[in-house]
Write a protein that binds this ligand. Structure first.
Ligand SMILES: C[C@@](CO)(OP(=O)(O)O)[C@H](O)COP(=O)(O)OP(=O)(O)OC[C@H]1O[C@@H](n2ccc(N)nc2=O)[C@H](O)[C@@H]1O
Ligand SMILES: Nc1ncnc2c1ncn2[C@@H]1O[C@H](COP(=O)(O)OP(=O)(O)O)[C@@H](O)[C@H]1O
Length: 281
């Protein structure tokens, strides 16, 4: 009997800016963004099964087990490798769903990386990313685990070295669906492409923010509140907002001033994802 087990992190990501540069014939949007990880996220526990079953033992509210990206990732890896092995999986969920911090995509990527090891399938990261992209546009960056400049729909990745500040991430009590924002008529879809050098010089914005702010006045108000203390930004298609700080203490100080009812966390920015820091030790 195969008794191998593995526990791995599934960290959050932040989009430091997000420009939408066009729309493809299939309706998907071309974008430019910078992804960086934070050392805060979900944890997944895997144990190997001999009978090929994929059993996820943790339920997520509103997500049927067969729709969970963890189960989908495990089944796609099984199909791609032809393995007869399966897995028991439990999830410690910390990341909000629909927060723009990529929890579902990160869970899927950690499942691909983890089961590839547990089943000794020996696929490389490019092969795992190719399986992952079908599950979500953000899965490849989590599979590769390096802070990256991204183009296309997020799959054309160039690793970058960024400063690693501390972030205060605020979690407004709203789940924003990515599809909802991309289908809004008001979305700016024609931002001119920029270079990484230009971003480093003049920065960028989040093209999704005006749409999210119009649809969710409370998120706009939370952004105004956070802007009192730092340059507040929104990650992905929202809802999470964040600001950068030179150290943990400064971030904690601002966190302490926020209303107690507003969920938030403080975490360190990382150019190598905590998943890859662990597996490459
Ligand atoms: C735009 C980003 C930036 O990180 O937003 P967040 O989801 O993280 O907030 C992501 O790339 C999102 O990736 P992901 O959340 O995996 O999106 P998907 O499930 O692939 O797409 C959900 C839906 O959004 C639309 N969509 C998504 C990505 C894209 N580049 N263009 C689109 O038009 C499509 O209608 C698609 O059916
Ligand atoms: N393991 C999972 N974790 C989170 N969300 C999941 C998962 N599996 C499927 N989903 C679905 O994916 C949606 C997007 O989730 P998530 O990746 O957390 O948001 P975002 O793309 O905004 O960061 C959720 O609202 C949920 O319906």
């Amino acid at each position: 009997m195969n008794t191998a087990t593995l526990s791995l992190p599934a960290p959050a990501k932040l989009n430091l800016f997000l420009h939408i540069t066009g729309r493809r014939a299939d309706g998907y949007h071309n974008l430019q963004t910078l992804f960086q990880f934070v050392d805060y996220g979900d944890t997944l526990h895997f144990s190997c099964r001999d009978d090929g079953q994929i059993n996820l033992h943790t339920e997520l509210p509103g997500v049927a087990p067969e729709d969970n990206l963890i189960v989908k990732a495990a089944k796609r890896l099984q199909n791609a490798t032809g393995t007869s092995l399966g897995a028991d999986i439990t999830l410690e969920k910390r990341l909000p769903m629909g927060g723009g911090i990529g929890g579902g995509s990160s869970d899927a990527a950690t499942t691909l990386v983890g089961l590839n090891r547990l089943w000794e399938s020996n696929l490389n990261d490019d092969q795992l990313a190719a399986i992952g992209i079908a599950l979500g546009a953000d899965v490849p960056v989590f599979v590769h685990g390096k802070a990256a400049w991204a183009e296309g729909v997020g799959e054309k990745l160039t690793p970058v070295e960024l400063e690693e500040p501390w972030y205060l991430v605020v979690i407004p009590p709203y789940s924003v669906s990515t599809a909802e924002i991309f289908s809004d008529q008001r979305l700016t879809r024609d931002t001119s492409p920029i270079t990484l050098a230009a971003f480093r010089e003049v920065g960028g914005r989040n093209d999704c923010l005006p749409v999210v702010a119009a649809r969710y006045p409370e998120i706009r108000n939370t952004l105004i509140l956070l802007n009192n203390y730092c340059e507040a930004k929104m990650t992905g298609t929202g809802s999470c907002l964040f600001g950068a700080f030179p150290n943990e203490r400064e971030a904690d100080k601002v966190r302490a001033r926020l209303p107690a009812t507003l969920r938030s966390f403080v975490a360190k920015g990382c150019n190598v994802s905590p998943l890859h820091q662990l597996i490459n030790k």
